[in-house]
Design a protein around this ligand. Structure first.
Ligand code: ZN
Length: 210
């Protein structure tokens, strides 16, 4: 059995790699958000409990998330393991997860903060068709005009600015460093250099999973 926890800061390409890991290993991707939505929709006892907090605009407590994971690991498609994305976020959550299922690999995609800032802050998109461009890596061929649909409505997201991105990265590092230590002590933590070609990153992740 292989059960993976996937870490990566915003803008590190975690979503792309998660899709590829799922394709290569067949392990279902599990995010707490998806599990919550599914449980609420199905109306399971845990889902009903979770909905009360969600409706009140409150964070769903760990105990409910843990119950959801307990239910999730029993589903038939989880027989060979799961890939957890966005969970655990704290050491107590990691301890709880260890009591439910054995995590065999923790994959951390690492990209220097300065590169993340460059990746995220250079992004802009077309308001008409949604095409995404980048100042440095993928600029429009004519300045200010969308290559896909010819619209002149190109926009940047307000939270894609340097100050906000740095705040998000600091929060990410503060949150993940105790977890990284915790998993490193258990000898299952794999740091993957995410500042390379997408294929090379995937290759290294699959190697780490062997
Ligand atoms: Zn467009």
């Amino acid at each position: 059995m292989t059960s993976i926890v996937l870490f990566g800061p915003p803008g590190a390409g975690k979503g792309t790699q998660a899709t590829r890991i799922t394709q290569s290993t067949g392990l279902p991707q599990v995010s707490t958000g998806d599990m919550l939505r599914a449980a609420v929709k199905k109306g399971t006892p845990t889902g009903i409990a979770a909905k009360q907090f969600m409706d009140a605009g409150q964070l769903v407590p760990d105990s409910i998330i843990i119950d959801l994971i307990k239910e999730r690991v029993k589903e038939p498609d989880a027989a060979n393991g799961l890939m957890f994305d966005g969970f655990p976020r704290t050491v107590p959550q990691a301890e709880a997860l260890a009591n439910i299922t054995e995590v065999t690999h923790v994959i951390a995609i690492e990209v220097p903060d300065s590169k993340i800032v460059e990746r995220i802050c250079g992004r802009y998109s077309c308001s008409s068709c949604g095409a995404v461009f980048h100042d440095k890596f993928n600029p429009t061929s004519t300045k200010g005009i969308c290559d896909e649909c010819g619209s002149g409505e190109l926009k940047r997201r307000a939270d894609d600015n340097e100050t906000t991105v740095k705040q998000r990265l600091n929060a990410y590092h503060q949150q993940t460093s105790p977890l990284a230590d915790w998993y490193e002590n258990r000898g299952i933590f794999h740091r993957i250099d995410g500042d390379r070609e997408i294929d090379n990153i995937t290759q290294d992740i699959l190697l780490a999973l062997k």
